[in-house]
Design a protein around this ligand. Structure first.
Ligand code: LMR
Length: 328
């Protein structure tokens, strides 16, 4: 009897351990490089809120903003190693994994964010979400930030004003070529280092949507911001393919639904967030916001447009055409 009681106690405690193990929530680490107040920052927080509300005890989401866990040089590696589970790098930061996404960096390809959205929702755009699965990266959605503006310590009204200036670029060959086309000097730099780079004069200028210029305080260290809308800075929300496919089916299908809902919200709010930040930058009065005449804008377009030809082979002429078609 003594023996069997002990066996029973042992069996019970094993059951308790197994039960406890099952009840442990899946921890999803979401790392990013921008502020909580930006479209991506807001999206990450909403994802956390909805996931924890709708999957109580099953999922816990930890959001690490502002490069606090990994900067943009490391977050993709961390995703592949399984150290983080969701990231949303700008579309400019995928060139090591697929050349196709370079299409989004081509200057003056999209007339506005609505055109970007139409292309992302098209068959070609949706297919790109799956273009890196052989590398264990699954695209879950596109998130908008917005159109990029050119900032500098010199007033940039015409392409010749950029000549010889040093511009910070994301890790993108297309963006390097864009500045070379202006006879300017591109410098690749991690996002977390840009403020200091501008402040110390390592670079003289940069390109970013209003929400990043505002939340990173770039407007405090740039005398001028030209409203060029010359390109787009959007994101792909990505996860580690094996991790996502390994989630319990009920958890995964609920998270898929939440991603759809969060994406709609992010993309609906991004433009307003950017316009609000543009307003706050104007009001701060530390930098002058320059508007271009249609003729000046046409000059920038003409100066940057030769970049397309350099990447047409890698991206594919058909994909560029499909993106252009989204302008109508
Ligand atoms: C940048 O490096 O400028 C951006 O990609 C940062 C971001 O995530 O918006």
């Amino acid at each position: 009897l003594k023996f069997s009681l002990r066996a029973l106690a042992c069996a019970l405690s094993l059951t308790a351990v197994a039960g406890f193990a099952q009840a442990e929530p899946v921890v999803i680490k979401f790392s990013h490089v921008v502020a909580d107040s930006t479209p991506k920052g807001q999206g990450a927080l909403l994802f956390k809120q909805l996931a924890e509300e709708r999957l109580p005890g099953k999922v816990k989401v930890e959001v690490y903003p502002n490069s606090s866990l990994y900067g943009d040089g490391k977050e993709m590696e961390a995703l592949l190693l399984g150290d983080v589970h969701m990231i949303a790098p700008s579309l400019a930061k995928f060139e090591q994994y697929t050349k196709k996404l370079q299409v989004f960096d081509l200057p003056f390809l999209f007339d506005n964010i609505q055109a970007v959205d139409r292309f992302q929702q098209s068959a070609e755009g949706v297919a790109l979400l799956k273009s890196m699965e052989d590398k264990n990266i699954t695209g879950l959605a596109y998130w908008h930030n917005g159109m990029k503006q050119l900032s500098g310590n010199k007033a940039l009204r015409e392409p010749k004003d950029a000549r010889g200036q040093k511009f910070r670029v994301q890790a993108s060959k297309v963006l390097e070529e864009q500045f070379k086309a202006l006879r300017a000097n591109p410098r690749k730099m991690a996002f977390a280092e840009v403020y200091q780079g501008l402040q110390t004069g390592v670079v003289n200028g940069a390109e970013n949507p209003w929400s990043n210029i505002y939340s990173q305080k770039f407007f405090e260290v740039q005398k001028f911001i030209t409203e060029t809308d010359h390109g787009v800075l959007d994101y792909m929300l990505v996860t580690n393919t094996e991790f996502w496919n390994g989630l319990p089916a009920d958890v995964r299908s609920e998270l898929d639904k939440i991603v759809v809902e969060v994406t709609a919200k992010v993309n609906e709010q991004a433009e307003a967030l950017n316009q609000g930040d543009k307003q706050r930058i104007s009001e701060a009065g530390t930098s002058e916001v320059i508007s271009l005449t249609p003729e000046q804008r046409a000059q920038w377009r003409e100066a940057m447009r030769p970049v397309w030809g350099k990447f047409e082979g890698e991206i594919g002429a058909d994909l560029i055409k499909a993106a252009q078609a989204a302008n109508q």
